[in-house]
Design a protein around this ligand. Structure first.
Ligand code: UDP
Length: 474
């Protein structure tokens, strides 16, 4: 059985971005692509990560790889395999780099298993990758591939999507684990400068924020009827409303309809016009679904209208996130302990991941239906869900951590300086759920901000510069 899996991504026409980004940004992207093509002269760019679905990295690769194909640049995406012990280790590493210690510190046994698992993947990778190919390794799950790939003649770039703005003993222990593996990379990419450990050479470090795609099933326009149809199909709206078709467009352009329901924990459902607050996240403690529930139950339910939907992927499906089921279970227990009034206004929603495009359309409809979006993470590498919500013209209430700080510009939402302050969270929610005009104004500004800073062309241009420097240096 092979350990590496190729992810097939449909080619996406870059030209469709032009109405959003304008002619001059479009032309700049084409010019940069031409230069990269020339520099690569037939060599391939490989992306390597540990899951094809679920989470921000997979979300971005699904579209960026499609655009790069359309720009006639040879590109591939490979997903590695690990056993449960491996993903338990990488989850602990992920948490440590986010400043949160889960379990005992990682020791020699874990280091040995991590290296062994990746060495097995590296054998297969080295057979696919040719000398001179550029390999983008994503996140801690793949860092141990850098040395064997460099040895095989690849130009290795390590792309880290996580981090926190501070350094302490916990974050240092995570980095100490990875450091020996990372020495072989020629360049390093982080989402924010604050995330770069001090020992990574500054002249080989690139700061490249993530991006969203305006035309993916996650973000493409959906009319009000389709939104309503999808929500009714999911089962999150009061069943009495009429049900138009739950239609959406797949990445490959095909027409489709949402056919699977969500698994919902909730005692009642909002009507179509009730204000709704939505957080979409993996079931990960650092996303603090539990804190959002507590804050809403204690500070919004008693005096104000509105519903909360906590939305995440089905917990059996995100292979590199072994804590998902436990965190969902904790939320469920907490929900059962809520007052009846709170249970009537808070829904836990898990979305099937059997069909990635369908899952994306579900998220799209939920974000579009939301009056306000929140992302009250304790730590956040970037927080794509923030840009996704802003793109849909929704104001976002987010913790002032990591990439959320960069995204929520003045007038586009509310930043919470202290994510654990549930009273402050509650008053931000009450303010925006209760003032639809202000929410709409902020939402418009949010959309414009994302168009300027977080659409894929900006992201791809930065990669083009990186590859130009890497290959240009010889
Ligand atoms: N997401 C999804 N389906 C779900 C839950 C989440 O597609 O059921 C997506 C979400 O829309 C976003 C990504 O997963 O695109 C999460 O990225 P983010 O950067 O917010 O956090 P990460 O999971 O990478 O920590």
């Amino acid at each position: 059985m092979s350990l590496l899996h190729t992810v097939k991504v449909p080619r996406l026409p870059v030209s469709r971005l032009e109405p959003v980004i304008g002619a001059s940004r479009s032309a700049r992207l084409s010019r940069a692509a031409g230069q990269v093509r020339q520099l690569l002269s037939g060599r391939t760019i490989w992306n390597v990560n540990s899951t094809a679905a679920g989470g921000g990295v997979a979300e971005m690769l699904q579209v960026l790889v499609g655009y790069v194909q359309d720009l006639d640049i040879p590109i591939g995406w490979l997903v590695t395999t690990g056993d449960a012990a491996f993903f338990a280790i990488t989850k602990r590493l992920h948490n440590q780099i986010h400043g949160s210690l889960s379990g005992a510190p990682l020791g020699a046994a874990e280091a040995g298993h991590y290296a062994e698992m990746l060495a097995a993947n590296a054998v297969e990778l080295a057979a696919r990758v040719r000398p001179g190919d550029v390999v983008l390794l994503h996140d801690p799950q793949t860092a141990g591939l850098a040395a064997p790939l460099a040895q095989a003649g690849a130009r290795v770039v390590w792309r880290c999507h996580i981090g926190v703005d501070w350094e302490d003993e916990v974050t240092r222990s995570g980095w100490d684990f990875l450091r020996p593996h990372l020495a072989a990379a020629e360049a390093y990419v982080f989402s924010r400068r604050e995330y770069v450990p001090s020992w990574i050479p500054a002249d080989r470090t690139w700061i490249i924020p993530p991006s969203i795609d305006p035309f993916s099933p996650k973000n493409a326009p959906l009319d009000a009827g389709a939104v309503r149809g999808i929500l009714v199909k999911l089962g999150v709206l009061d069943g009495a409303v009429p049900t138009p078709p739950a239609a959406f467009v797949r990445r490959d352009g095909g027409a489709a309809t949402v056919s699977r329901p969500a698994i919902i924990v909730g005692e009642s459902r909002p009507g179509p016009d009730d204000p709704v607050l939505v957080q979409v996240s993996r079931w990960d403690r650092l996303k603090d679904m539990a804190g959002v529930m507590r804050g809403f139950a204690d500070y919004v339910v008693p005096g104000d209208d509105g519903y909360l939907m906590l939305v995440g992927p089905s917990v059996k499906d995100v292979s590199d996130d072994p804590e998902g089921a436990a965190v969902y279970g904790e939320c469920l227990l907490q929900w059962r302990d809520l007052s009846p009034a709170a249970r009537a206004r808070i829904l836990l929603v898990t979305l099937p991941l059997d069909d990635i495009d369908e899952n994306a359309a579900m998220v799209n409809a939920l974000q579009r239906h939301a009056t306000v979006i929140t992302q009250k993470s304790v730590a956040e590498g970037f927080g794509l869900t923030v840009a996704e919500g802003m793109w849909k013209g929704r104001p976002v209430i987010g913790s002032a951590v990591g990439g959320i700080i960069d995204q929520i510009a003045e007038g586009t939402g509310i930043l919470l300086p202290e994510p654990a302050d549930l009273a402050a969270f509650g008053s931000a929610v009450r303010l925006l759920l209760g003032d639809q005009d202000q929410a709409a104004r902020m939402g418009q500004a949010a959309h414009a901000h994302v168009r300027e800073k977080y659409v894929g062309d900006v992201h791809l241009l930065r990669y083009a510069q990186l590859i130009g420097t890497l290959i240009g240096e010889g």
